[in-house]
Write a protein that binds this ligand. Structure first.
Ligand SMILES: C[S@@+](CC[C@H](N)C(=O)[O-])C[C@H]1O[C@@H](n2cnc3c(N)ncnc32)[C@H](O)[C@@H]1O
Length: 281
């Protein structure tokens, strides 16, 4: 690592390295070089509230196995929760127009896992797709859809569970038509997702670095825009674990810049215009 001390830097090289190693060990997130400003801006408030003067004292307090409220606060602060409604659009069009119909043919309920659900936009988008599929097919071909939505960040999970959004967040991908159909006005400037959309989604905390074999078995897994934060070894491990809990022939959606590299024996690519989805072999 090339460590550049600068005037704004509040940490020495040693502290920076220990914090970086704590973060990767506890949640897989890799910090690049010279992210002093990021650590400082995200942890300043926590350190102040807990009377902690240096990064090394903070690391000493949180670098332990198991759950601890301060450790969770630090992890929450270091996650990047950027998300939007119908992100990239085409995966959700393919999901509604093609995949839900195919999966419904089995006659069984459809189980979905949204593996990095952030503030809820992605799992609620999936639930809206299911609702639109249901309406379009006049319930004829519709099978019950249930969605398990997980994230490591406890703070963002609370927001997701509440299902209340400001216009600023809704303006990122939610059309007026869908806003009127699937949300009701909550307070001035805030909208709440309707119960028929919310009730399909079960939010839980889960660290992708840990085992998720007890989560269940899924027809479709959305694991989008989270693997990019991890090392290629961890990505590989998570993708193998995902493979093991997909039902036979189940599907995996990844983010636009993510691929199951080196896992040709596990997944086959299914192309649709203009994207790809990975099918369990
Ligand atoms: C950039 S957001 C992506 C949200 C959504 N999937 C999307 O594509 O819009 C990444 C999410 O991954 C979560 N995350 C980061 N590390 C994680 C881990 N080890 N286990 C589970 N979730 C994690 C973060 O808390 C964050 O909410």
């Amino acid at each position: 690592m090339v460590f550049k001390a600068n005037q704004a830097s509040k940490f020495n090289e040693h502290e920076y390295r220990d914090f970086r190693s704590f973060l990767e060990k506890s949640c897989g997130i890799l910090l690049g070089d010279n992210k002093n400003y990021l650590i400082d801006s995200r942890l300043r408030r926590i350190m102040r509230d807990h009377d902690i003067d240096t990064l090394s004292v903070l690391v000493k307090k949180v670098d332990r196995i198991g759950r601890d409220p301060l450790k969770q606060k630090v992890i929450d602060a270091m996650t990047t929760n950027e998300t939007l409604w119908f992100r990239d659009r085409h995966p959700f069009e393919f999901f509604t127009d093609t995949l839900l119909g195919e999966l419904s043919e089995s006659g069984q309920p459809i189980s979905i896992w949204c593996a990095a659900s952030s503030s809820g936009q992605e799992p609620y988008t999936i639930s809206i797709c299911a609702e639109e599929f249901k309406k379009r097919n006049l319930s004829k071909a519709y099978r019950d859809v249930s969605i398990v939505a997980t994230d490591i960040c406890t703070e963002i999970l609370e927001q997701a569970k509440a299902g209340v959004y400001e216009m600023l967040a809704l303006n990122r991908g939610m059309s007026n038509d869908r806003l009127n159909r699937f949300f009701s006005e909550h307070q001035k400037g805030q909208w709440k997702i309707k119960p028929e959309i919310q009730s399909r989604v079960d939010f839980r905390q889960l660290n992708l670095k840990e085992s998720f074999s007890t989560l269940g078995r899924f027809d479709v897994i959305f694991c989008r825009n989270v693997l990019i934060y991890f090392s290629s070894e961890l990505q590989n491990k998570i993708l193998r674990n995902i493979h093991s809990i997909l039902k036979p022939g189940g599907y995996l959606f990844l983010g636009g810049s993510e691929t199951p590299r080196g896992l040709n024996d596990f997944f086959e690519v299914r192309y649709y215009t203009p994207g790809v989805v990975y099918r369990k072999k």
